[in-house]
Design a protein around this ligand. Sequence first.
Ligand code: ADP
Ligand code: MG
Length: 210
Amino acid sequence: MSDTLSTAWALAWIRGAQAVLAENRAELNDLDRAIGDGDHGENMDRGFKAVAAKLEAGAEDVQGVLKLVASTLMSTVGGAAGPLYGTAFLRAAKATTGDVDSDGVVALIAGSLEGIVARGKATTGEKTMVDAWTPALGAAQAAVGTGAGPIAVLRAAADAAAAGAEATIPLQATKGRASYLGERSIGHKDPGATSTALILACAADAAEAL
Ligand code: ADP
Ligand code: MG
């Protein structure tokens, strides 16, 4: 346990995310098949496999890891999720210098959310990944307010993202491909909010395992 998260954490996070997204590929495809075109698991799996291959060479610092994730997702993931996650990781990288403390975790999540909103123009309640990132940021800020260290801040964010993803089920989609379904999008969990919860859980798992 330490007060900052280093490059080793960032590498473990992203490698863990690659494994977890591969394990959940079929489930994410199924979620996307219900309200989209069924490719979200495939998109995320392909993107993070490409990222993991590039990370074999290592990275200089946390910012370097996040930048590599951003550029690789942008170039290998099609559809909506590639540019959205690519921009998220790019803004997260820009918000990060050196190792990451509690405030750094908040900055990283805030940067990601800003990137997604800048790119996709969604607000909360539109049944997108914004509905996972927004409560994650709120929970991270609240945890910092209670004096939590970076590991606990990440866990609070991950748990809030998972709850946020569940809470997309009763929502009607008004952004992205799922919005074409109108009221028929109600009753299904948003795939992008689900992958967000998985990725943030991996960040917390990697921090706890250090
Ligand atoms: P596509 O919709 O192009 O097939 P994916 O299936 O990979 O791309 O990703 C779909 C996910 O992208 C959705 O579940 C949703 O979370 C997210 N998404 C789509 N449009 C937006 C947007 N404008 N803002 C934020 N997230 C979005
Ligand atoms: Mg899709």
